[in-house]
Ligand binder design. Structure first.
Ligand code: DUC
Ligand code: ZN
Ligand code: ZN
Ligand code: ZN
Length: 471
């Protein structure tokens, strides 16, 4: 036969188009789209189903080295498996530089952590925490040219944060090299000041995590980094935007003609600060930064998803066990809120949650869903058109989506190694039936493939979206 695999009779959806056609796959790539394609060695009948480009989760944390006494629950095997079972076929986790470490050593270490362990393809973002002369002049430019063309910088966390001069320096490297800079925007000094006062008053429970990081700390940092991006004339992406005040800053920047892109995550649609207060310590399960806000802010995030404010929708999967002494309760006991590791799991539930509550409830179109979860993240980080679309020549990374399937989310049915999901018991409609990575089934008939190690490292190109406006 002419094709290794033909997918027939599905409703094929991209960010731009919806059509009924067959998809012919050979050597892991899409080689034909058309009606009544010739036979394949194998065939999948997708009647009554949607066929979407595989999800690209451009913000997740896997097996990141942690400070003494803490450990991430997911490595590249459990993380990529969980992603595949939720319809995601490309992951971009973070190779994080420790202060004092060379950036290249951080990347080499991260390659060793991923090597032979991934079920689907992956790329790396860098995290720059120590922008020495050598990093700015040699390592960062070289790594960008070698295929790590995006990096995250932090404006908070003592172990990670850059000062303002350093932020301007690394943004200037992004501009010169055509890299995409991702910003964690929260004002560090405000958080420290509030944290001290809360602890002094005896407020140690998880819910005070939200009190220590009100929206103004996110708004101020977003405003400041937008000014630096304007100064340097470079596009930036503000990650994990949580609510109205940061959204307002981004809308203003766009109005000025600045290339300020924005990301949001499921926790800002489906959780609120009240979830940090449930049952005493249980709220630790929902501790992430920025914290979830309230119902009115959830609506602002939905508005931004539908009207184009947000460019991408990522999980920010940050896997810490609740019961494990190395997880949410370091030392096996309940700890003050500022010691609770920040972050929640979400690789597998990202697409189903947005599909059910977004597409299913009429808040966004199915094409916008594909754009936010697959096409735009591929474009933003230099992986398009290999990833993020259904087109001749693209990798055959596809999801056959059952839009009718009703699911009650249960952690025991998920495939990560985290001992909880913050979405336990939520009822949703729509779930991936089959996930294909380069033409191979990695999730189907209710089981993940055991072909661990087939996932490949992807070299990212310079993203078109990182090009300066030249002002
Ligand atoms: N930032 C992230 O990107 N992920 C988890 C926690 C955080 O602060
Ligand atoms: Zn962050
Ligand atoms: Zn993150
Ligand atoms: Zn390489």
């Amino acid at each position: 036969p002419q094709f290794d695999l033909v997918i027939r009779n599905g409703q094929v959806v991209t960010a731009a188009d919806t059509s009924y056609c067959d998809i012919g796959i050979r050597d892991g790539r899409i080689v034909a789209l058309g009606e009544n394609l010739a036979a394949g060695h194998e065939e999948i009948d997708a009647s009554g189903k949607l066929v979407l480009p595989g999800g690209v989760d451009a913000h997740c944390h896997l097996d990141q080295p942690m400070p003494e006494g803490m450990k991430m629950a997911d490595d590249f095997t459990s993380g990529t498996r969980s992603a595949a079972c939720g319809g995601t076929t490309t992951l971009i986790p973070f190779a994080a530089q420790e202060k004092g470490q060379s950036l290249r050593a951080a990347v080499e270490d991260y390659h060793r952590r991923a090597e032979g362990k991934a079920l689907v393809d992956y790329a790396f973002h860098l995290i720059v925490t120590d922008p020495t002369e050598k990093v700015l002049k040699e390592e960062l430019p070289q790594l960008i040219r070698e295929g790590c063309s995006s990096f995250k910088i932090y404006m908070t966390y003592d172990d990670l944060k850059l000062d303002d001069g350093q932020i301007i320096d690394v943004l200037s490297v992004a501009r010169n090299e055509g890299a995409m800079a991702m910003i964690h925007a929260e004002n560090s000094d405000c958080i420290s000041w509030l944290t001290k006062r809360l602890l002094a008053a005896g407020h140690t429970e998880p819910r005070y995590h939200a009190a220590a990081r009100p929206m103004l700390v996110e708004r101020e940092a977003a405003h400041r980094v937008i000014a630096y991006a304007e100064l340097v004339d470079v596009p930036i992406l503000i990650v994990h935007v949580s609510g109205a005040e940061a959204v307002e800053q981004i809308r203003w920047a766009r109005g000025q003609g600045l290339s300020v892109f924005a990301e949001t995550c499921p926790q800002y649609l489906f959780l609120t600060a009240e979830d940090l207060g449930i049952d005493g310590y249980e709220g630790a399960k929902c501790v992430c930064s920025p914290p979830p806000r309230d119902k009115a802010n959830q609506q602002v995030i939905w508005d931004g998803l539908s009207d184009g404010l947000f460019t991408i929708f990522s999980s920010d999967h940050a896997p810490f066990n609740y019961e494990d002494p190395l997880g949410k309760k370091p030392g096996g006991k309940e700890v003050d809120f500022h010691y609770i590791p920040n972050g929640i799991p979400g690789l597998e539930t990202r697409l189903p949650l947005l599909f059910s509550e977004g597409v299913g409830k009429g808040r966004i179109s199915i094409n916008r869903f594909v754009e936010l979860t697959s096409t735009n993240p591929a474009k933003l980080y230099g992986l398009y058109p290999q990833k993020g679309s259904i087109a001749v020549g693209a990798d055959a990374d596809l999801v056959i989506w059952d839009a009718q399937r009703e699911v009650t989310i249960r952690n025991e049915q998920l495939h990560h190694d985290v001992d909880y999901t913050p979405y336990e018991g939520m009822q949703i409609t729509g779930w991936p039936e089959t996930t294909l990575s380069r033409g191979e089934v990695v999730w189907g008939q209710g089981v993940p493939s055991d072909a661990v190690g087939r996932g490949r490292f992807l070299h990212c190109g310079r993203p078109e979206m990182a090009k300066p406006r030249v002002r």
